[in-house]
Design a binder for this molecule. Structure first.
Ligand code: ASP
Length: 325
């Protein structure tokens, strides 16, 4: 459910009645099934509009500050594209070493500054809880685009939208998450969202990269069936969605430990031969070696389509928090 509302400018009175107007998006824990249905509906509209007219003026005159303290290709460029397709403008800050952060400015001060110029702030930062800290300081809505190993709620929303569009259902699916489940923030968010739909979850990872026990306990309390594995073979045959993740090199303290697990799993043609004919393979990307390129032309490979769904979901979220959906 939406939490507290920020009070940005209200040039049009009707914005106040939009349910997500002025709200921060920090964690998937904010969302109910009804919220997801709503987001999927708006994302659909966005897709139709992009197909029909490409760029339109829904957010004309609005400004997004895109504040990235960690590398990003898709999240950063899709938020920029989303804002521009909606007719708005973007302040891109990805080289924080060229901003006042390099002079020692605190996150709250940087966010307060951007709030003077922009209507919404998207932030990616290496520390868990940083987006919440930014939201606390900000007079404008803040969208979490990844807080360290914490959450990546907009990725999980686009992942859920991908499943919805590709499989035409969300309930009672068997979803297998494969790879680095410890440091991979996308699986932390997605598993929580899927718990709204009574998913059956398989977690396949090396022993040292298991899904955090607190997430398993949280979902267990909701009655979600979860099984941990160190190999894919038992989980694969029933799987409807195979969600593959990269081993998060940048989160490891030692190169040696990373090297010992970096090539634990590779999804290739042989693996795909043992999967359901209508299973989909997803990946938040970037991929390193965990999906062989020979899988790319398999119709079940949904990971490139997934990126496009991300554009429509991020357009929907921007329109929502700015009171236009
Ligand atoms: N792009 C995703 C993220 O920012 C996944 C990854 O980096 O592996 O979490």
């Amino acid at each position: 459910m939406p939490t507290k509302a920020k009070s940005p400018h209200l040039p049009f009175g009707d914005q106040r009645t939009a349910p997500w107007y002025g709200k921060d998006i920090l964690s998937v824990k904010q969302f109910s099934r009804a919220d997801l249905e709503y987001i999927f509906g708006v994302a659909h509209e966005m897709r139709n509009m992009v197909d029909r007219i490409g760029t339109f003026d829904l957010l004309k005159g609005k400004i997004l500050a895109n504040l990235f303290y960690e590398p990003s290709t898709r999240t950063q460029s899709s938020f920029m594209a989303a804002m521009q397709r909606l007719g708005g403008a973007v302040i891109p800050i990805s080289e924080v070493r060229y901003s006042s952060v390099a002079k020692g400015e605190t996150l709250p001060d940087t966010v307060r500054t951007l709030g003077c110029y922009a209507d919404v702030i998207v932030i990616r930062h290496p520390e868990v809880g940083s987006a919440a800290q930014a939201a606390e300081a900000s007079s404008k809505p803040v969208i979490n685009a990844g807080d360290g190993v914490g959450e990546h709620p907009t990725q999980a929303l686009l992942d859920a939208f991908t499943i919805h569009e590709e499989l035409a259902r969300m309930d009672d699916l068997t979803v297998t998450m494969l790879g680095d489940l410890k440091y991979g923030r996308t699986v932390h968010s997605l598993s929580r969202l899927l718990s709204l739909y009574n998913a059956r979850l398989h977690y396949v990872s090396p022993g040292i990269l298991r899904m955090p026990p607190e997430i398993i306990a949280e979902l267990e309390a909701k009655g979600i069936r979860q099984t941990e594995h160190t190999t894919l073979d038992k989980a694969l045959p029933d799987t409807d969605v195979l969600y593959v993740t990269r081993v998060q090199k940048e989160r490891f303290e030692s190169e040696e430990v990373y090297d010992s697990v970096k090539a634990s799993f590779v999804v290739d043609k042989k693996v795909m031969a043992g999967a359901k004919p209508n299973m989909i393979v997803m990946h938040p990307l970037p991929r390193v070696t965990e999906i062989a390129t020979d899988v790319d032309d398999d119709p079940r490979a949904a990971y490139f389509r997934q990126m496009e769904y991300g554009l429509y979901v991020r357009m929907a979220l921007l329109a929502m928090v700015l009171g236009k959906a």
